[in-house]
Design a protein around this ligand. Sequence first.
Ligand code: DX5
Ligand code: ZN
Length: 220
Amino acid sequence: MTVTISPSILNCDIANLRAELEKISGADVAHVDVMDNHFVPNLSWGLPVAEAVVKSGILPVDAHLMIEDPDRWAPAYAEAGCSSVTFHAEAAHAPLRLARELHRLGSKVGLGLKPATDIAPFVDILSEFDMILVMTVEPGFGGQSFIDSMIPKIRRTREAINASGLEVSIQVDGGVSRKTIELAAEAGADNFVAGSAVFKAEDAYAEVEALRALAARHQH
Ligand code: DX5
Ligand code: ZN
């Protein structure tokens, strides 16, 4: 699969959102982290910000919903024009129904797994998703360290996808940097969220390209 670089705008300079998005225009999507202070112990923003990023027209929007009751809230993100909407397995009441609803509304669908959630219960329903998000930190905050023990889960997920013959993407999110991206890519990830690595870099555009080049060494 081709490499997808998905910078997270969680810790960008939000008062200068357009300029921040322009810095990452060489990326594939803008990853927008929605947090509700219930599913995770942090509050970020919701639909109006996702909508504003869609309307800027700079990059497609990859919405990562770290929220309770995505069954109720996620469809509006697809309706707003987000190109992909990821909800968490731990939060969804009816993940299949929700995935189908999001597809009907025209977005791609991701299933998010916190570090302690296994892929095994979802192996038989992989065909309902375009992407599996393997969290490589406990969700809630940017700037945390990549959890190395997630590598076997990435590998098992890639094996299950290959065995099913499906084209499902594996996204990793949390602590992705020049130091960790190759490990994740080698294990089978093809979609890389990077927040602080990109926005703390002197040249965000160049950082996106550097991450892409490192990941591309390991794509098959
Ligand atoms: C964490 C968020 C991430 C986060 C990534 O809960 O889902 O997208 O912003 O930030 P870094 O790359 O700094 O770990
Ligand atoms: Zn995220």
